[in-house]
Write a protein that binds this ligand. Sequence first.
Ligand SMILES: [Fe+2]
Ligand SMILES: [Fe+2]
Length: 239
Amino acid sequence: MTPARDEAVRRLAGEAWRARCTIEREAAERFDRLADRLVGAGFPAALSALARRSSRDERRHAALCAVEAARREVPVADGAAQPAEIAPAGLGAREAALYEVVAACCVTETESMSVLTTLLACEVQPPLRPVLRELARDEVRHARLGWACLAHASGRGESAFLSPLVPAMLAGAAPPDLFEDVGGERDDPALLHHGVLPHRLKREVFVETLTQVIAPGLASLGVDPAPARAWLAGRAGGR
Ligand SMILES: [Fe+2]
Ligand SMILES: [Fe+2]
């Protein structure tokens, strides 16, 4: 690899780890907020407790991501990230809490699990392996929180309303240019060594996880996945 390419990959990977740090900080705040909202909306206390524990996990993840960014000479500023309100206006408290936990966990955390699983199957730099394993171990539990909340709602016949709202969750989880061909250094396979998926592979993992894991999971819990599949077809249909 030429020094220029090596430098470009290192910088890009550092920026990706910095972005992850911000996402982890947001997730920490979101899980703390969700813990209160879930208990307030009548979900079982065990699920609220799992959200609280997830918040602590995400703070630890944020620190790990900041270290990886710094190792690649990309500094990360201190500070908390405030998570946006994502539930559509007009939902009741229970529906809004369910929307948020499904978007954050069934969609985002499940996608995140797939990214980590893919990376762990690649030849990443050896010091990264324990970091990725630690992240994966926790993210799988965070994904399960969403599926457990959805199962709880489904058991009471309260999950079907989510079906037409899933495309908005997907749009929130997918990077804005995921379905564009960006080429160049963002598709460099050398990014994998730094624990970062090249753009094209990131898209493949996203689509595979949506079609093979998330859509069937939603369907099994009373959420018709047809709008989610239509959303995907509208973006990936030409591929
Ligand atoms: Fe995390
Ligand atoms: Fe997580």
